[in-house]
Write a protein that binds this ligand. Structure first.
Ligand code: UFG
Length: 320
C-alpha cells in the first residue's frame, strides 16, 4: 500500500482529507500544541501518528498542509509566521527528498494579492497584501527554484480559495482555537448564540453590496481535488499550479443570508471598519483545474452552510 505523509493531518483540511484517503497508509505529522488532536484522530482512524518530523517509514507522497493561517496573528507575529510556514516547508522538503517523494503544497489565493482582474487565472501576476500571503508566495518561489534545479521532482502547488463546510456525518469539521478569525466558523457560533454578533469588516468595498466577496469551497470538494492531484502527479515529473475553488464569488452578506435560511437562526451583525490586509473581491477561473485535474467543485453554498450547521449542532464545543 502506498504511504502518504500529511503534515497538519489533524487540522480542518487535514482531517477531511485523511478521511478520504482510506486506501493509503497515512503517516500524520501532528502539531503537539494542538490539544484537540487526540479527539480528531479518534474519529479519523486511518493514521499512524508521528511527532514533528520524525518520519521513520518510507513514503511516496508528502501533502504539506501545516501552517499558521490566521491572518491577524501573522500580521502581529511575522517572525512566527515565516518560521512555521517557510522554515517548516524547508524541513519537510528535506524529508521528501530523502524519500524521493512527490509533494503537494497547500498554497492560497492570497498569493494573488489584490488581483489585476476577476476571475483569477493561475498565470496572473503574484504579490501579497499581508505576511501570511507573502509566506505562501515565498514557499511557492522556493519550490519553483527547487524544480528548476532538479526537474525530476513531482510538485503540485494547490491554491486554495476559502475552504468551509464539514463532513456529511457531522463528525469532522472546523474547530478553531478560541474565537474564530474566519467568517464561516464565526457565523456558526453567532447562530448558536455562543457569540453575540458578527462584525462585518467593511461595507464600503467596490462590490455589489459593499462587503467583501470570496470564493467559498466545500472542504469535501477540496479534498477530492487533492485526490485528483495525487493521480496527475504520478504521470510525470512536473510542477503543477492549480486554483481550487468553485469559480463563484459571494459577499459576506450573501453568506449571512444563506446561513440564516439554512439554520433558521438569527445572525445579528454590525458593519465595522475594514480589516487590514483584506481585499474587496477574490474568486477564481475554474478552467485550469478542469483541464489539468479533471476536477470541478460540485457543492454550493447551501450545502456548505448545511454541513457546517450540522457539525456545529452535533459538536457545540468542537472535538471536546
Ligand atoms: N470577515 C468578516 N468578519 C469576520 C471574518 C471575516 O466580515 O469576522 C470577512 C472578511 O473581511 C472577508 C471575508 O469575510 O471579506 C472572508 O474572510 P475570512 O477570514 O473567512 O477569509 P480570508 O479571505 O481572509 O482568508 C481565508 C483564510 C486563509 C486562507 C484564505 C484562502 O483566512 O487562511 O482564506 O485560502 F488562505
Amino acid at each position: 500500500m502506498n504511504s502518504i505523509v500529511i503534515s497538519g493531518h489533524n487540522g480542518f483540511i487535514g482531517s477531511s482529507l485523511t478521511s478520504r484517503l482510506k486506501k493509503f497508509n497515512i503517516i500524520g505529522i501532528s502539531d503537539k500544541k494542538r490539544k484537540k488532536e487526540k479527539n480528531v484522530t479518534s474519529i479519523v482512524k486511518n493514521v499512524n501518528k508521528v511527532n514533528n518530523t520524525d518520519v521513520k517509514h518510507s513514503f511516496q507522497t508528502l501533502i504539506h498542509l501545516a501552517a499558521v493561517s490566521d491572518i491577524s496573528f501573522c500580521n502581529a507575529n511575522p517572525k512566527t509566521c515565516y518560521e512555521v510556514n517557510v522554515n517548516g516547508t524547508n524541513k519537510m522538503l528535506e524529508i521528501a527528498r530523502k524519500n524521493d517523494a512527490n509533494i503537494i503544497f497547500a498554497s492560497s489565493s492570497h498569493v494573488y494579492g489584490n488581483p489585476i482582474k476577476l476571475p483569477i487565472k493561475e498565470n496572473f501576476p503574484l504579490s501579497a497584501t499581508n505576511p501570511y500571503g507573502r509566506s505562501k508566495l515565498i514557499i511557492e518561489n522556493f519550490l519553483q527554484d527547487v524544480f528548476i534545479s532538479d526537474d525530476s521532482w513531482h510538485i503540485a502547488l494547490l491554491r486554495y480559495f476559502n475552504p468551509v463546510g464539514a463532513h456529511k456525518s457531522g463528525l469532522i469539521g472546523e474547530d478553531p482555537n478560541g474565537v474564530p478569525n474566519n467568517l464561516m466558523p464565526y457565523i456558526s457560533q453567532v447562530a448558536t448564540g455562543k457569540l453575540e454578533k458578527l462584525s462585518v469588516f467593511g461595507g464600503d468595498y467596490n462590490t455589489p453590496d459593499g462587503t467583501g466577496v470570496r470564493d467559498y469551497i466545500h472542504v469535501v470538494d477540496l479534498a477530492k481535488g487533492h485526490v485528483k492531484a495525487l493521480q496527475v502527479l504520478e504521470n510525470r515529473p512536473q510542477i503543477l499550479t492549480v486554483n481550487l475553488g468553485t469559480g463563484k464569488g459571494y459577499s459576506v452578506l450573501d453568506m449571512i443570508k444563506t446561513f440564516k435560511k439554512i439554520s433558521g437562526m438569527n445572525v445579528p451583525y454590525e458593519i465595522v471598519g475594514r480589516r487590514p490586509g483584506d481585499i474587496a473581491s477574490c474568486y477564481m477561473d475554474s478552467s485550469t483545474a478542469e483541464k489539468l485535474l479533471g476536477w470541478k467543485a460540485e457543492l454550493g453554498i447551501d450545502e456548505m452552510c448545511k454541513d457546517m450547521w450540522r457539525w456545529q449542532l452535533s459538536n457545540p464545543n468542537g472535538y471536546f
